[in-house]
Design a protein around this ligand. Structure first.
Ligand code: 0A1
Ligand code: ZN
Length: 881
């Protein structure tokens, strides 16, 4: 392993390449341990470049076995080669010239899963961000675009399939049991979008006719025998293709679109041109083995990767600092797609929950960085929720500021102007400035300033003047490397309501721009005066979560209860219910810590139970309302000196109050929210299951017994219900015979299905309490656990560290010490995976002093290790800073 500390790369140092790459011809002779790669690259000098300039190519753990210049042997004195670079000097003045580079690589030994590797007996590549340089020496950066021809030669029996990007040119036998296939991708692309897959896989096929009438062949490749489980992914793909035509006017551009599902993959999926490679977790689903959230994730990720064809592939990033250009925008597009396919408010609630639980802590901790960073040491560590999810929120705010039509016009300008280019965030923003005539300079601070803005609001009503004044103040917290922040442009969707719940339209508004129900907060402090307001209004601020901010607004329980009843924006209704719940949960944590009895406010309990029973609300919404803020949410709101045990105990007590108060409602819901007939993963059925299961959870508290849940487990005919029942049994009654029996039934039934085994690991890794570490240690010895498989490691070690605050954060620090040992072990094989799991320590400074000390010592233990990847070194050093 390399133990270099990693150079810092600065955005300010960006320079275009001196040599322009015209064409790439690759020939792979595949072999599990000795694959020969021949890369023919045609270059010319960019205008004005010094004719004596040397050509420097990137490599990573490479060995050169041949170098031809214009098909002639290159004299040894003319180049310098190391595993990390190839420099060719004294290039003749003639342009263009051709370089033929031969490397020998070992896919079987590639445990980093970057470059060309083997998974389940098949060859597969992952090149984003810098994996192509592990295949051949290359100008491996996103602003080098070229058309690729790829020839693949391999043993025919073991590898009947030979796939790469673009359109299939042809294939034939190649003697001695081998065969070859040739592919051509006419769309110039950067190397990170290169892909090759070879092996023996099953297939499901379909076609899609584009809006201009071209027929595209659709193929999804999975392990033999798993074909039926790819049907939902295929359906999601066709819906994505249609949606991108209908909503963004974007059509697919090759004859064929392929998806390959593999079982060893570092991330969710990858948008390689025409040949997406997926973690099989996000392709395979059937009612027996996949939950409703698995189905929703598959739909979203299939869409996400497909949408990249335009936002990422046709228009790509100039450099990796611009990652949010493709990721933030594409997440926004997949969010909109899911909102259109499902319930928009429920989707928005789920998005905001995710943003707050993942991105807000990142933005408030040592790993905070701007959506468009200006420096990095290891780009793999910047595939973050800030770049993805906050990046999406920034795109959403542009749509809110401009309105639907103008936003669409801006997107069209962006597509027309930059098709085939590698561009920057400035180019993206300019398209919207040109579409709207609006100056987005201040708004662009969202890309450049890290930290979640805190907006403090207070209102006062003047009955004589019939005015309502809303004072707003914004504060952007200091983040690493950024202490002074400028005020941002914060679009707050806002509505006033009268006592009877009717919306109030003010006659005029002074002190702030207020158009289309959006109030524009642009100063550090600002007071908006609403004229012509007949009675004291109830105010709803940041409806639909129009801006990714923390909002402090002291509203009475009565006002919040009114919003929870009357808001027409159902996201805001959910927000009001959450705002009612939070003070109760915070107080419960404090009381539990002081050994006091926990009590819950009646307005909160009553309002929530009434919402749960409200037939006028969709079941999925009611299920979201019943899922209280998580322990991590409570910890974040408390802000510091946190004791996970007290937070857990307090929250449990509040759940018990709700369970007792709503018992009749929950019994009724459990009886009525059934989904008769054949299983369907549609959003309405999923919503009914979610509400019924939420009722079951509360009943397990009201009834103090595993009996009803065990009966639900035995009766379940789909994975959603089965896993939910298993989770209640194992989390609520961990020592019961029912839990033990359910765990072993589940394991025996699904031992052959690795993705379901992952659920079995996760459910146990997240059992609250200090005893879980021993269980995790035992599970790591289980033959079903495979240290080399990222999904297995995430399901056990990752779930424990990210989703078990009382188990991982046990007071004696054993959880942190366990993590330190695991990180060092994982890092030897797969640095990216190790670094990702280590980010579970990002909020260690908000713990109480004893746990904080334990956490710091464990981080130091990692930092002092003799061998450390750049990935882990970067995370551990920033986390400790
Ligand atoms: N571009 C992909 C995410 C991705 C990034 C890096 C990877 O390397 C292991 C893999 C995938 C996406 O946004 O889906
Ligand atoms: Zn993406």
């Amino acid at each position: 392993m390399r133990t270099d500390t990693g150079q810092v790369i600065n955005l300010a140092d960006y320079q275009p390449t001196e040599f322009v790459l015209e064409r790439v011809d690759l020939t792979f002779e595949l072999d599990p341990t000795e694959t020969k790669v021949e890369a023919r690259l045609i270059f010319h000098r960019r205008e004005g470049v010094d004719p004596k300039a040397s050509l420097v190519l990137d490599g990573d753990e490479l060995a050169l076995s041949g170098l031809l210049f214009d098909q002639m042997e290159t004299p040894a004195g003319q180049y310098t080669v190391t595993p990390e670079s190839l420099t060719v000097r004294d290039l003749p003045a003639s342009d263009p010239f051709e370089l033929t580079i031969t490397t020998i690589i070992n896919p079987e030994a590639n445990t980093k899963l970057m470059g060309l590797y083997r998974t389940g007996g098949i060859y597969c590549t992952q090149c984003e961000a810098e994996g192509f340089r592990r295949i051949t020496y290359f100008p491996d950066r996103p602003d080098v675009l070229a058309p690729y021809t790829v020839n693949i030669i391999a043993d025919k029996a073991a590898n009947p399939l030979l796939l790469s990007n673009g359109n299939f040119l042809g294939g034939a036998g190649y003697g001695e049991g081998k065969h070859f296939a040739a592919w051509f991708d006419p769309h110039p692309k950067p190397s990170y979008l290169f892909a090759l897959v070879a092996g023996d896989l099953g297939i499901i096929e379909d076609t899609f006719t584009t809006m201009s009438g071209r027929e595209v062949a659709l193929k999804i490749y999975v392990e033999h025998g798993k074909e039926p489980r790819a049907a939902y992914a295929m359906d999601a793909l066709k819906r994505s293709m249609k949606w991108d035509e209908d909503v963004f006017g974007r059509e697919y551009d090759l004859d064929i679109f392929m998806i390959v599902a593999v079982s060893d993959f570092n991330m969710g999926a990858m948008e390689n041109k025409g040949l997406n490679v997926f973690n099989d977790k996000y392709v395979l689903a059937d009612p027996e083995t996949a939950t409703d959230s698995d189905y929703a994730n598959i739909e979203a990720i299939i869409a996400h990767e497909y949408f990249h064809n335009w936002t990422g592939n046709r228009i790509t990033c100039r450099d990796w600092f611009q990652l949010c250009l493709k990721e933030g925008l594409t997440v926004y597009r997949d969010h909109e797609f899911s909102a259109d396919q499902r319930s928009r408010p429920v989707k928005r609630i789920a998005e905001v929950r995710h943003l707050k639980s993942e991105q807000f802590p990142e933005d408030a901790g040592p790993l905070a960085h701007p959506v468009r960073p200006i420096k990095y040491r290891e780009i793999n560590n910047f595939y973050t929720t800030t770049v993805y999810e906050k990046g999406s929120e920034v795109t959403r705010m542009i749509a809110t500021l401009l309105g639907k039509e103008t936003f669409k016009k801006g997107m069209d300008i962006y597509f027309d102007r930059h098709d085939g280019q590698a561009v920057t965030i400035e180019d993206f923003v300019k398209s919207f400035e040109d579409a709207s005539g609006r100056d987005l300079t201040q708004f662009s601070l969202w890309y450049h300033q890290a930290g979640t803005p805190l907006v403090t609001a207070s209102g006062s009503y003047d009955p004589a003047a019939k005015t309502f004044s809303l004072s707003l103040e914004q504060m952007i917290p200091a983040t690493p490397g950024q202490s002074d922040k400028k005020p941002m442009h914060i679009p707050l969707s806002l509505q006033l309501f009268a006592d009877d719940g009717a919306a109030v339209a003010p006659a005029s508004v002074e002190g702030a721009e207020y158009t289309g129900s959006v109030l524009h907060l642009t100063e550090r402090t600002q007071t908006a005066v609403f004229h012509g307001v007949p009675t004291r209004p109830v105010v709803s601020i940041n409806r639909s979560f129009s801006a990714p901010i923390n909002l402090h607004f002291d509203q009475s329980p009565a006002d919040l209860a009114q919003l929870a009843r009357c808001e027409t924006d159902h996201f805001a209704r959910w927000q009001a219910l959450t705002d009612l719940a939070l003070p109760n949960l915070l107080k419960a944590a404090r009381d539990a810590r002081e050994g006091k009895t926990v009590a819950s406010e009646p307005t909160f309990v009553d309002t929530l139970v009434i919402a749960a029973a409200d037939e006028g609300l969709e079941p999925a919404f009611r299920a979201q309302a019943l899922a209280l803020p998580s322990e991590a949410d409570i910890a974040r709101e408390l802000g510091g000196n946190n004791d996970p045990d007290a937070i857990h105990a307090g929250r449990q007590a509040v759940i018990k109050h709700l369970a007792d108060a709503g018992r009749d409602t929950f019994v009724a819901l459990y009886g009525s929210m059934t989904t008769p007939g054949a299983f369907s993963p549609d959003a309405t059925s999923a919503g009914r299951r979610a509400l019924r299961n939420a009722a079951l959870t509360y009943l397990s508290y009201a009834e103090h017994s595993p009996a009803r849940t065990k009966a639900a487990f035995d009766a379940a005919n789909n994975m959603t219900d089965l896993l939910h029942a298993l989770t209640i049994l194992v989390h609520r009654f961990p020592d019961s015979a029912e839990a033990a029996e359910a765990l072993s039934i589940f394991r025996d039934r699904f031992a052959e299905n690795a993705l379901v085994v992952d659920k079995w690991f996760s459910v146990q890794a997240t059992i609250p309490g200090a005893g879980t570490l021993d269980r995790v240690l035992k599970l790591m010895e289980n033959p079903l656990f495979k240290r080399t498989n990222p999904n297995r490691v995430r399901s056990l070690v990752g779930s424990f560290a990210f989703a078990n605050p009382t188990g991982f954060g046990r007071a004696d620090g054993e959880g942190y010490r366990f993590l330190a040992r695991e990180i060092l072990d994982i890092d030897r094989r797969n640095p990216q995976l190790a670094a990702r799991i280590l980010t579970s320590m990002r909020s260690w400074r908000s713990l109480e002093p004893v746990r904080q000390d334990h956490a710091r010592l464990s981080l130091l233990e990692i930092e002092r290790a003799a061998e450390l990847s750049t990935d882990v070194r970067d995370i551990v050093e920033r986390t400790l800073k």
